[in-house]
Design a protein around this ligand. Structure first.
Ligand SMILES: [Mg+2]
Length: 122
């Protein structure tokens, strides 16, 4: 893995190909059905949530505590990897669906209605 890769110089295609190759090398394609991937994704989200179970970490604590940050980073990566594998499995273009969904979100949550500190429609 190239240590120089960072968010600002890496493409989504790179992630999709890395995950595709990882799955192919292990012959896991038959296990990576949408159902299995969604369940695995859900489990990884639960592992992410477990880090905060019965804790009330401040943002500052999370950012400064190497152990918390490492556990959080590992689980964020697990969620990301399964999400990428799901996108590979069902053959969707993540950029395309992101752009379309953000447009829907902009329409659903207009700045006129949602800029007063409220998270719900009044
Ligand atoms: Mg995990």
């Amino acid at each position: 893995m190239n240590p120089i890769l960072k968010d600002d110089n890496t493409t989504i295609s790179f992630f999709k190909e890395e995950v595709r190759e990882f799955v192919r090398e292990r012959n896991w394609g038959k296990f990576h059905t949408p159902k299995n991937l969604i369940q695995a994704l859900s489990i990884e989200v639960a592992e992410l949530s477990e880090i905060f179970l019965f804790k009330d970490y401040s943002l500052e604590t999370i950012r400064k505590n190497k152990e918390i940050l490492e556990r959080l980073s590992d689980e964020i990566a697990d969620v990301f990897i399964y999400l990428i594998s799901l996108a590979n499995s069902v053959n969707v273009d993540l950029t395309d669906i992101f752009i379309k969904k953000m447009e829907k979100n902009r329409n659903k949550y207009s700045t006129e209605e949602f800029n007063n500190g409220s998270y719900r429609k009044l």
